[in-house]
Design a protein around this ligand. Structure first.
Ligand code: BGC
Length: 748
């Protein structure tokens, strides 16, 4: 048995940590920070650690300049977040309005003694959420289906441009939770259930946001969130407890953060919930020892919304706010998203004076905050940069949004009727469109879309088509019959009757079902099953005798096992964003060949949410509607010549895996290939398989390509109960497209 001991890790860290510190001192930015820290009073330092939401400065839809000035100038708050508030709701405003606001805030900041600029942060989760006219891309769950690394990077780059255009330089994204709980209302924000997928795509998102360098007008500071284990609440309800054994934490949930830190993520946001009884906001081991120590994170750690207050109000681990502030800051939180008052500011100043929080901890926190501000070039120029402003709304972002929406389309069923597959439909088809998503933009976009909940239709740009408009554009109005509410709403018995009547005039019924948008706890549900009214509509559609196509726009896999047999074809569209309706229409009508693959196991039963990497003992119960990686095409592929370069591998060997793919159908198409490694026996009961690689290629009809994958040391390892990585000798296998080849791992 081999293992990488914690002692060795600590020694390496001490060694390299020492080097980093030396380099830090030579770094001109660190010198400037030293000088600034020397000048700053305790109040100024704590001000930097205080983040306030913009909403509190709005009274009757008007910005209270006096109050804003007081917070920025008198209290010296270091950061502001969220969007202007109208009718009590944060919502998108124009780039111009943002520019004015940011300019005003930074002017106030320039009135402070030390002229430290404000770091403004925003949730541009799948595009610049709070900006009118911004491009919104598919949510992560959809991008994960596309299995295309470069697409994720291009979406993030475009987002960075559109965010920076507003004058904001900090984006609270990417979400790096591994989506293991399909009930969870933030499932759509994740890259799905496989750690490797999250690692790879999370890395591309961080690179997209930051790669050009934070000083460039096309970049924003990324925020890897929510560290760690937020995505697996036992109850499925948002912000409720997780129970995560150490080996699972390190094998499944920690790696995406390790990768993000390694790729330069500048900031990290903490998980609001608790793990094994300890709220993460109070967990020194997770924040200071692991994130800042073991992972070597040098950036700033921000709390989530009100989550220091929640340590006493919700989690009941502190008696009052002061104790909560002490716990959180001593655990390693550098900035508090308070976000609506000065309780953190006042209590932290008192705690330092009483010696309950050390000045060295405050200095470390402020250093991390100032570091991000310096790197973002805020000290040189805190105002909106003309070059950045000019790059808002470029056509190319819309093109990327369309490409991304096309590639995420996942075909789950396509029965053959009258000798040919139902999809794609012919351009001569007369289509009856029915269901709550037909006229809904919010269902195409989900959370964080021009508002937090994404439900204000008037804020969607006119160019964003509904499924109905997109189908009419491609088929002509006279070929589209619609029976649908004007926005996402319950299907009434009257509508069902109307559909039955109109079906006679149609060749096919396209049902647009799923979920309206929701964000966070607003999206909590008690039943994963698709609501009854929608299933009744599907049953009625099937009873007409016409072919039925199901199009799903949903953020999580709502159970549809009773209507799957009633549907002849099923297309999963997730939350495809601004160009989603066009991508759906193009896919239904054959202009786009679907190439998405499920980034999660689509459950069949509410009582069976077993993931793809369940342990062997559960294998017989792994009975999803569709397994992880499932997805059909309009062409066919043959996989052959599957080979491994060796049958015995030592830990330091590279195992080369090859597989040949041929497009045996008639359409040019992309195909994504998932590669898994299976461990037969281990000292911790092993999962059925672990995703270790994926690759996507495009093939013309008849074209053949040989794909090569190089498996290395990490791919043969697992994390043991002691939290260390282990390599144990024994039989293993590589699995590609249902083919399996064994090899033997030798460890001596
Ligand atoms: C969410 C975070 C978000 C923050 C700021 C919180 O409710 O959990 O993901 O970044 O609000 O809007």
């Amino acid at each position: 048995m081999r293992s990488f001991t914690p002692l060795l890790t600590v020694l390496l860290l001490l060694f390299f940590g020492g080097c980093v510190r030396e380099n830090e001192q030579e770094d001109p930015i660190e010198k400037k920070i030293d000088a600034l820290l020397d000048e700053m009073t305790l109040e100024e330092k704590v001000g930097q650690m205080t983040q306030i939401q913009l909403g509190i400065f709005y009274k009757d839809d008007m910005l209270d300049h006096q109050m804003l000035k007081e917070y920025v100038v008198d209290y010296g708050i270091g950061s502001i977040l969220n969007a202007p508030n109208f009718h009590g709701m944060a919502q998108a405003v124009t780039v111009d309005e943002w520019n004015k606001l940011i300019t005003q805030i930074q002017r106030y900041a320039m009135e402070t003694r030390l002229k430290i600029p404000v770091l403004y942060g925003i949730d541009a989760i799948h595009g610049a959420t709070y900006v009118r006219g911004a491009t919104l891309f598919p949510h992560n769950i959809a991008l994960a289906a596309a299995r295309n690394r470069s697409l994720v990077k291009r979406c993030a780059r475009a987002t960075a441009h559109e965010v920076r255009a507003t004058g904001i330089r900090w984006n609270f994204d990417p979400v790096l939770g591994v989506g293991k709980q399909p009930l969870w209302p933030r499932f759509e924000e994740t890259f799905g259930e496989a750690t490797y997928l999250v690692n790879q795509l999370g890395k591309k998102a961080v690179q997209g946001y930051e790669a050009e360098g934070l000083d460039r007008p096309g970049s924003v500071a990324a925020c890897a969130k929510h560290y760690v284990g937020y995505s697996v609440p036992v109850s499925g309800k948002d912000r409720t407890p997780a129970v995560i054994p150490e080996h699972t934490l390190r094998e499944v949930f920690l790696p995406p953060f390790r990768v993000a830190v390694k790729n330069g993520a500048s900031t990290v946001m903490i998980n609001s919930a608790s793990i094994n009884g300890i709220p993460v906001h109070a967990d020194k081991r997770l924040i200071t020892d692991i994130l800042k120590g073991e992972l070597g994170f040098q950036g700033l750690v921000v709390s989530d919304w009100e989550d220091i207050i929640n340590l006493w109000k919700q989690h009941h681990v502190a008696h009052d706010n002061k104790e909560a502030v002490m716990m959180a800051v001593n655990a390693g939180i550098d900035m508090s998203m308070v976000p609506s008052d000065l309780s953190f500011y006042n209590d932290l100043i008192a705690l330092v004076k009483e010696g309950k929080v050390k000045m060295s901890r405050i200095d470390d926190a402020v250093r991390r905050i100032l570091r991000v501000k310096y790197r973002l070039r805020l000290f040189e120029d805190p105002f909106p940069e003309p070059e950045a402003v000019a790059s808002f709304g470029r056509r190319v972002y819309q093109n990327v949004a369309l490409e991304a929406a096309r590639e995420c389309m996942t075909l789950l069923k396509n029965d053959t009727l009258k000798g040919r597959p139902l999809l794609p439909l012919s351009l001569q088809s007369r289509v009856l469109l029915a269901g709550p998503a037909v006229n809904s933009r919010s269902a195409l976009h989900g959370s964080w879309s021009y508002t937090w909940q994404g439900q204000v239709d008037s804020l969607y740009p006119k160019r964003v088509l509904t499924i109905r408009q997109a189908m009419e554009k491609m088929l002509g109005r006279d070929h589209v019959i619609t029976v649908a509410p004007s926005r996402f709403a319950t299907i009434t018995p009257m509508m069902i009757r109307e559909m039955k009547q109109k079906a006679a005039a149609a060749d096919v019924i396209v049902l647009c079902l799923g979920e309206d948008s929701y964000a966070e706890s607003v999206g909590n549900i008690d039943d994963l099953t698709l609501p009854y009214d929608q299933r009744m509509l599907a049953e009625a559609a099937a009873n007409t005798g016409k072919p039925v196509v199901l199009v799903l726009t949903e953020g999580r896999p709502r159970i549809i096992s009773d209507i799957v047999p009633l549907s002849d074809a099923i297309l999963m569209a997730y939350r495809p964003g601004n160009r989603g309706a066009e991508a759906i229409a193009e896919t239904l009508l054959g202009k786009n060949v679907p190439s998405g693959r499920l980034p999660f196991s689509y459950p069949r039963y509410t009582g069976n949410l077993i993931p793809y990497d369940a342990v062997v003992r559960e294998e017989k119960y792994y009975d999803p509607q569709w397994p992880f990686g499932y997805g059909l095409s309009y062409t066919t592929f043959r996989f052959s010549d599957f080979s491994l370069s060796r049958d015995t591998v030592t830990v330091n060997d590279t195992l080369e895996v090859q597989v040949t793919v041929t497009n045996t159908g008639k359409r040019e198409a992309k195909v994504a290939v998932d590669l898994f490694v299976k461990d037969y026996t281990a000292s911790i009961t092993p999962p059925m398989k672990r995703l270790r690689r994926f690759k996507k290629v495009q093939l013309k009809p008849g074209q053949t390509i040989t794909m090569t994958f190089n498996l290395k040391k990490m791919d043969f390892s697992f994390v043991g109960n002691d939290g260390n990585r282990h390599w144990e000798p024994g039989r293993m296998a590589v699995i590609v497209e249902g083919m399996q080849k064994e090899f033997y791992l030798k460890t001596d």
